[in-house]
Design a protein around this ligand. Structure first.
Ligand code: PMP
Length: 354
């Protein structure tokens, strides 16, 4: 199958095979990966390797903690303000799509929010342009890749206030100066591993700024003090993520970025050259991870979906809130899969346009 799902998404076949073996016998221990204790040496080693891989791949300096949490992206929408937005304080948000808007709604439970820029009125077709970012904000939150609308940040706000980034649908897809962010979070189920674990990278100085008393499970500071094993972490999801990151280290982030760039360019070129299909995101802000497009003849959309399905393509439905098509091009999606999708689009177009 050619899997273009936006998350949970495709993982490399060798990662799946190794994970399958480990379910039966983890590293010749005679134990399943599902059976090892989370405070034992085997898992401690794995977690330390995972932390080191994250640091190395993102070229993080020594100021950061790497945390493996649960509760997904939505939990981060709450944890960020719970920890860093005190009563009476104001946090800034850039409203660039569905998930960004959801993060704003969740922050309102804990303090004031100010929308620094929004592209809602443009149907989120573009990344909104920001101007002045007040230096009185508790933090500024951005969603660097908008999974549903297929837009991506290619430049980032420069600000004195802590910069928080939801990188769920793009982390490990490109080289960046990751040290410009104070807190990065990313759900695993797109570009890292299986659902059930969320990666957080946080500056140690920010950990000290927790704004209210919190139960340990909701406090970054407590979880950092316990090296992500404050409670039982999702051992298997972390294991699969480590397998994937090991593989990514062999390829290198620069090489994966070039491959991702080429895949996206090829698909956008095919869409732009098509008489039937058109891209929905504004050029210049188009995501390399989620390519959104529609048919000029809406009545042909369900026929194309069926046509693609019969040719082993899955996961190209747009999000239920926007419709149309969306192809996720995460790291594990091969260039061959993209070429196949383009061929299928062109064959369909030839059959259905005069
Ligand atoms: N942020 C982004 C950018 C997302 O794409 C998603 C989910 N698709 C979320 C947050 C929410 O993640 P979860 O479903 O794990 O809560």
């Amino acid at each position: 199958m050619y899997n273009f799902n936006s998350g949970p998404a495709t993982l490399p076949p060798d990662v799946l095979q190794e994970a399958a073996r480990a379910v039966v016998n983890y590293g010749d221990t005679g134990l399943s990966i599902l059976e090892i204790p989370h405070r034992g040496a085997l898992f401690t080693e794995l977690l330390e390797e995972g932390n080191a891989l994250v640091r190395e791949l993102l070229s993080l300096n020594a100021d950061y903690e790497v945390l493996w949490l649960q509760g997904g992206g939505r939990m981060q929408f709450s944890m960020v303000p719970m920890n860093f937005l005190g009563p009476g304080e104001t946090a800034g948000y850039i409203d660039s799509g569905h998930w960004a808007a959801d993060a704003i709604k969740n922050a309102a439970f804990y303090g004031n929010t100010e929308i620094i820029a929004s592209s809602r009125n443009e149907g989120y077709r573009n990344i909104p342009r920001w101007e002045i970012i007040p230096d009185t904000l508790a933090y500024l939150h951005i969603t660097t890749n908008n999974t549903i609308y297929g837009t991506q940040f290619f430049r980032f706000p420069e600000t004195q206030v802590p910069l928080v980034a939801d990188m769920s649908s793009e982390l490990f897809s490109r080289t960046l100066d990751y040290n410009q962010f104070d807190l990065i979070y990313a759900v695993a189920q797109k570009n890292i591993g299986p659902a059930g674990v969320t990666l957080v990278v946080i500056k140690k100085s920010l950990l000290e700024k927790q704004k209210r008393e919190l139960p340990g499970i909701l406090s970054y500071k407590t979880i950092a003090a316990y090296n992500s094993v404050w409670n039982t972490p999702p051992v298997f999801a972390i294991y699969c993520s480590v397998l994937n990151l090991r593989r990514l280290r062999q390829t290198g982030l620069q090489a994966i970025e070039s491959r991702n760039e080429a895949k996206a360019r090829q698909l956008y070129e095919a869409i732009d050259g098509s008489r039937l299909f058109y891209g929905t995101a504004q050029e210049g802000d188009r995501s390399r991870m989620n390519v959104c497009f529609r048919a000029r003849k809406p009545e042909l959309e369900s026929a194309f979906m069926q046509f693609a399905k019969e040719r082993n393509i899955t996961g190209i439905e747009g999000h239920r809130s926007v419709g149309g098509f969306r192809a996720a091009l995460y790291n594990a999606v091969t260039p061959e899969a993209v070429t196949h999708l383009i061929n299928v689009m062109q064959t369909f177009e030839a059959d259905h346009t005069p």
